[in-house]
Design a protein around this ligand. Structure first.
Ligand code: PEP
Ligand code: MG
Length: 572
């Protein structure tokens, strides 16, 4: 049994025989083209371009059918590459100037573009070189009249192992018999990973040399949750994973019954249960869960992977879709929290090369510096108020001055919209994320200007404990059960309660089954959970007695050590 650790790209467990997709080596030779044949060579290249464009049309309709509009946008990236002058102009020029064959001219042009990609620091844009290869290979195979490798030949359920999978290969997986895939290359943000999640196919990437270590028909366990590939597992490992698979299936079935039921504890305390939304795409799933609202709409996705910020109209459409879909239930839209690990190119002087990006120009700090961005987003959000119940949430508030500045802009936008005849905008509430310790400590003051709060435990924990939330070297110190975390959470909830303001918790802690009793015991009003864990968390809430959970919190507040607090929770 060999266990290889990689990067978890799409969750789920898959078990089956390995199918190795051989790396395609396309050999391109330099061939001199006689002067009188050069025009024909250029024409041949143009025909290959047309054929590749037709491929993309086909791929697009396939993606549209199986995955929807948002994913079909990936094909646009390929179209963009295909229409780039570096391909459309540079290749014919090379053919003409150097009297070489189209294949050679193309591979030289691709090498040149690839060198530029290598130098890009931004991971997302660097990863786009896989798209470039994908398009380049399609073009080359048309020129060489080679059939592109097809996964249609895979006729038994299996686990696909490859050096790399291109997005165009991945698109075909939905209709294949493939149970999951593992690749040597690739990162979490690659389109291949994004597609796999959308298709709910378990995947692990970044496994370095796995494709050489696995042999055809080896038995494989692919653990997409933990990013593990197990080759020829022991009978014990197989049994363990089979059990885990079965358990998940049974649990998911049992949870179905909880859809639409109110989350009430055994002793009758009602909790509002909302979800966190990372992209508008998840709205369909969320509607199926029968949630009490969207507790956190992370709007950052609208700002990522592009060179300009989204327009007011584009944002308005996205928010309107959510607000209308959920109406009359509330949708809390957070203004974009760009910065930290979520960098975006906004066509402005944004955060760059910061030594401590999580302590840098992030969230409201960035949007107050570039208040036009904040204003545009607030207009887009507030315009939706006529169609449902929308609230605005400000990220990374650390002081009264920041909140006052943001509120001034908020009120100005409300007045502007009122003048435009939008009465509803006036009633929209403005809340703050409590995710920086200073905000927790001066919350009594902040609540004078904020209508509600949402506790962002992800950041709150990192700032209370000084543990970078994405640094694997200190991951063991990132501890939601640290007494300091419990104390500050308690203080925040109590302060809000004394001021009669509602409290939501929206960090990942709400989706950690072990932490749920603690949040219930603290007596928060709303838990905003990741959609995948929504029913499971509801089940936990419904199995608890609030009174006991509150006693547990009172006891936890006297303890000095995380282990002791965790022990209390397991004993509940
Ligand atoms: C948080 O910090 O807990 C939170 C929900 O915000 P994000 O994870 O988007 O920073
Ligand atoms: Mg946060």
């Amino acid at each position: 049994m060999i266990v290889i650790k990689g990067v978890p790209a799409s969750p789920g467990i898959a078990m089956g025989k390995a199918y190795i997709l051989e790396d395609e080596e396309i050999v391109v030779n330099r061939v001199e083209i006689a002067k009188e044949r050069i025009r024909i060579e250029v024409k041949r290249f143009k025909q290959a371009l047309d054929a590749t464009n037709r491929d993309l049309d086909q791929a697009e309709s396939k993606v549209l059918k199986t995955l929807g509009k948002e994913h079909a946008k990936l094909i646009d990236t390929h179209r963009l590459i295909l229409s780039d002058p570096l391909i459309t102009k540079d290749v014919p020029r090379r053919i003409l100037d150097e009297s070489v064959n189209a294949e050679f001219a193309l591979s030289e042009a691709l090498d040149a573009v690839n060198e530029t990609f290598e130098k890009i620091e931004d991971e997302f844009f660097r990863e786009r070189r896989h798209d470039l290869f994908d398009v380049g290979k399609r073009l080359l195979s048309h020129l060489l009249k080679q059939e592109k490798r097809s996964l249609a030949e895979v006729d038994n359920p299996c686990i696909l192992i490859a050096r790399n999978l291109l997005p165009s290969d991945t698109v075909n997986l939905k209709e294949s018999k493939i149970l999951g895939f593992a690749t040597d290359l690739g990162g979490r943000t690659s389109h291949t990973a994004i597609l796999a999640q959308g298709m709910q196919i378990p995947a692990v990437v970044g496994l370095s040399d796995a494709s050489h270590r696995v042999k055809m028909d080896d038995f494989i366990i692919l653990d997409g949750e933990h990013g593990m590939l197990i080759i020829n597992p022991s009978p014990e490992a197989i049994a363990k994973y089979q059990k885990a698979q079965l358990k998940t299936q049974q649990e998911e079935k049992a949870l179905e019954a909880l859809r639409g039921q109110p989350a009430v504890t055994l002793d009758g305390r009602r909790f509002e249960m909302a979800v966190n939304l990372d992209t508008a795409e998840d709205i369909k799933t969320v509607m199926g869960l029968r949630v009490d609202g969207i507790g956190l709409f992370r709007s950052e996705y609208l700002f990522m992977n592009r060179l300009e910020p989204p327009s007011e109209e584009e944002q308005y459409r996205a928010y309107l879709h959510a607000v209308k879909s959920l109406a009359p239930l509330p949708v809390v839209i957070r203004t974009a929290d760009i910065g930290g690990d979520r960098l975006a190119q906004l066509g402005i002087d944004g955060p760059k090369n910061e030594t401590n990006p999580f302590m840098g120009l992030r969230g409201i700090r960035l949007f107050l510096r570039h208040s036009d961005l904040l204003k545009t987003q607030l207009r887009a959000i507030l315009r939706t108020a006529q169609y449902g119940k929308v609230r605005v949430l400000l990220p990374m508030i650390s002081s009264m001055a920041e909140l006052r500045s943001a509120r001034r802009i908020f009120v100005a936008v409300q007045q502007e919209l009122l003048a435009e005849g939008n009465e509803a905008a006036k009633k929209v509430e403005l809340g703050i994320m409590v995710e920086i310790p200073s905000a927790g400590l001066i919350l009594d003051h902040l609540l004078g200007e904020a209508d509600f709060i949402s506790i962002g435990t992800n950041d709150l924990i990192q700032y209370v404990l000084a543990v970078d939330r994405i640094n694997e070297h200190v991951a063991h110190l990132y501890d939601p059960f640290h007494p300091a975390v419990v104390r500050i959470l308690h203080q925040i909830v109590e302060t809000a309660r004394s001021k009669g303001k509602r409290v939501t918790v929206c960090g990942e802690m709400t989706s950690d089954p072990k932490a749920v009793p603690l949040l219930v015991g603290l007596g928060v009003d709303t838990l905003s959970v990741t959609p995948r864990m929504f029913l499971r968390v509801k089940q936990i809430v419904m199995s608890l007695r609030y009174e006991n959970a509150a006693k547990l919190v009172a006891r936890a507040l006297t303890l000095a050590d995380s282990d002791e607090i965790q022990r209390l929770l397991t004993d509940l």
